[in-house]
Ligand binder design. Structure first.
Ligand SMILES: Nc1ccn([C@@H]2O[C@H](COP(=O)(O)OP(=O)(O)OP(=O)(O)O)[C@@H](O)[C@H]2O)c(=O)n1
Ligand SMILES: C[C@](O)(CO)[C@H](O)COP(=O)(O)O
Length: 233
């Protein structure tokens, strides 16, 4: 039997509304590059990832100006209205290369600080177990459930809660089918794991680093700059 191969997908077609910047946040400058270049490069640096498909907005002129996105190992796909639509579009572009049993790592363009060690840990655990996995962080604060009026209804057991990060790694055909079916059924899909859970697959967490933040709001960029300096040392 041939060895399953690894592929990358980077959804990068968001508008960055919460960031409120003059351009989508993935094109903001960060530590000598742009946010998206750090995120794509992190996948390209993994020795087993063959190619990375980046889902972009239609006619994205900023992407056209980034040499990294013209790297022969980078493919482009047109993104969709929601993150999950962008991921599905990238998976469709992969179809002529990937076998059903291959693995795909989906990584937000907006998470530029993921470390090589975290990606290696995710890949190792997934390949060892044969089960899909996501990087995640255990919740460290006391967790409150709050009603619509802002009143605490209860304190929940934080040990049961983890914050999902990316990359998230699943088998190519299983992920594509789970996303297609979940969307057709009108499910709310905010990450790949939610489609896989809905489809009945086991999903495991691999503890990632707190530095793997998602650039979401103003202020996150300074923090990302700090983390990238720490990682580089
Ligand atoms: N239609 C979409 C929406 C989001 N994304 C990507 O999914 C990742 C995580 O999404 P998020 O942080 O929510 O990004 P935005 O949708 O751009 O942010 P906002 O919700 O503030 O507009 C980002 O890399 C973003 O570019 C995408 O590819 N296609
Ligand atoms: C995929 C994700 O990064 C996991 O935390 C997240 O779901 C991205 O999107 P969101 O729109 O900020 O929920």
């Amino acid at each position: 039997m041939t060895k399953a191969r690894l592929w990358g997908v980077v959804p990068a077609a968001g508008v960055g509304q919460r960031m409120g910047a003059a351009c989508p946040k993935q094109y903001l400058p960060l530590a000598g590059a742009t946010v998206i270049e750090h995120s794509v490069q992190a996948l390209l640096d993994h020795p087993r990832i063959e190619r990375v498909v980046v889902a972009l907005q239609a006619n994205d002129e900023r992407a056209a100006r980034l040499p990294l996105l013209s790297n022969p190992r980078v493919l482009r796909a047109q993104g969709g209205a929601e993150r999950c639509d962008s991921v599905l579009s990238a998976l469709s572009a992969l179809q002529k290369f990937a076998y059903d049993e291959d693995w795909v790592l989906v990584h937000d363009a907006a998470r530029p600080c993921v470390s090589a060690a975290d990606i290696a840990a995710l890949v190792a655990r997934t390949l060892e177990s044969g089960l899909g996995a996501v990087l995640a962080q255990p919740v460290l604060d006391t967790l409150k459930q709050v009603d619509v009026e802002g009143r605490v209804t209860t304190t929940v057991d934080r040990q049961q809660f983890w914050r999902a990060q990316t990359p998230q790694m699943f088998r190519f055909a299983e992920l594509r089918s789970a996303l297609q079916r979940a969307l057709a059924q009108g499910q709310l899909i905010t990450d790949e794991a939610s489609a896989m859970e809905w489809a009945g697959y086991p999903v495991q967490v691999v503890e990632g680093s707190a530095s793997n933040i998602k650039i979401t709001r103003p202020g996150d960029l300074e923090l990302a700059d700090y983390y990238l300096q720490q990682i580089a040392q």
